[in-house]
Design a binder for this molecule. Structure first.
Ligand code: 13P
Length: 256
C-alpha cells in the first residue's frame, strides 16, 4: 500500500510568534490521536529550527518550501539544502507554480534543485500542474509530462523513487475552484502511467501523488478516495488547525 500524506504549505504566512503557535496547536490537536496518514509541514524558513524543536517526539515531518540550486557561497538571500537539512527538515517543496511563475524557475533550474535536495538527503515534493488556458487548449497532459521530463531529466529510477509528486492545477490554487475528483484522478493516473513507462512498475506503484488546489475539509474525502490520489498539498486551509485537522481526519473515512 502507498503512503497516505497530508502536507501543509504555509507559503509566505505567519510571523515567528504566529508560526510557532500554529505548530503547537497542531501538535496539541494530534496528541494521542491515531491518524491514518503522514503529516508534513512546510513553514517559511524562519520557522524551521523552532518548529523542529517543537516537533521532536511527534511524527510530523518538517519540510522547506524552497532551496538554492547552488551548494553554498556568495548567493545573497539564498538558503542551501545543507542548511535546511541541518534544521531537521526532511523534505522540500520544489517546482511550485508560484516559484515557476514569479521567480522564473524553469525545468533546468528545477532539475538542479532536485539534484541538490537528493544529494543532501532531502525528499523532494515535486509540483506540476497546468494553467487554465493550457487545459482549455487540451494540452494539460502534455504540459505535465513535459514538466516531469525536463525536471527529472537523467535522474535515475532509484532517486525518483524517493520523491513525492504533487499535482496542482494552477487554476485551482487559492481560487476556491477545486478540480473535481474525476479531473484530478485523470491527471494522477496520467502521471502514474508516465512514471511506469519511464521508471518501471514498482516506482510508479510506490510514488505518492498528492493533489493541491483549494483542497479543504469538505472535498478531501472525495478527492482522497480516488485510486491514484494519495493525499493533499494544502495551502490556505493549512493555516488554521480547525481547517487543517478535518483534512487529516478525512483519511479516516477513506478505505481503499
Ligand atoms: P490552496 O490550498 O490555498 O489552493 O493552495 C494550494 C497550494 O498551492 C499548495 O501548495
Amino acid at each position: 500500500m502507498r503512503e497516505k500524506i497530508v502536507a501543509a504549505n504555509w507559503k509566505m504566512n505567519k510571523d515567528l510568534t504566529e508560526g510557532l503557535q500554529l505548530v503547537s496547536d497542531l501538535v496539541e490537536s494530534l496528541k494521542g490521536k491515531k491518524i491514518a496518514c503522514e503529516v508534513i509541514m512546510a513553514p517559511p524558513f524562519i520557522h524551521l529550527s523552532g518548529a523542529a524543536e517543537r516537533l521532536k517526539e511527534t511524527d510530523i515531518v518538517l519540510a522547506a518550501q524552497n532551496i538554492a540550486k547552488e551548494e553554498n557561497g556568495a548567493f545573497t538571500g539564498e538558503v542551501s539544502a545543507q542548511m535546511i537539512a541541518s534544521t531537521g527538515a526532511k523534505c522540500v517543496i520544489i517546482g511550485h507554480s508560484e516559484r515557476r511563475a514569479y521567480y522564473g524557475e524553469n525545468g533546468a533550474v528545477l532539475h538542479e534543485k532536485l539534484l541538490r535536495a537528493i544529494s543532501e538527503g532531502l525528499r523532494p515534493i515535486f509540483c506540476v500542474g497546468e494553467q487554465l488556458n493550457e487545459r482549455e487548449a487540451g494540452k494539460h497532459f502534455d504540459v505535465v509530462s513535459n514538466q516531469l521530463t525536463e525536471a527529472f531529466n537523467a535522474i535515475g529510477a532509484d532517486k525518483i523513487a524517493q520523491m513525492i509528486i504533487a499535482y496542482e492545477p494552477v487554476w485551482a490554487i487559492g481560487t476556491g475552484k477545486t478540480a473535481s475528483p474525476e479531473i484530478a484522478e485523470e491527471m494522477h493516473a496520467h502521471i502514474r502511467s508516465f512514471l511506469k513507462e519511464r521508471y518501471g512498475e514498482s516506482v510508479a506503484q510506490k510514488m505518492p501523488i498528492l493533489y493541491g488546489g483549494s483542497c479543504n475539509g469538505s472535498n478531501a474525502v472525495s478527492l482522497f478516495s480516488q485510486p491514484n490520489i494519495d493525499g493533499g498539498l494544502i495551502g490556505g486551509a493549512s493555516l488554521a488547525v480547525e481547517k487543517f485537522m478535518p483534512i487529516i481526519e478525512a483519511w479516516d473515512q477513506v478505505h481503499k
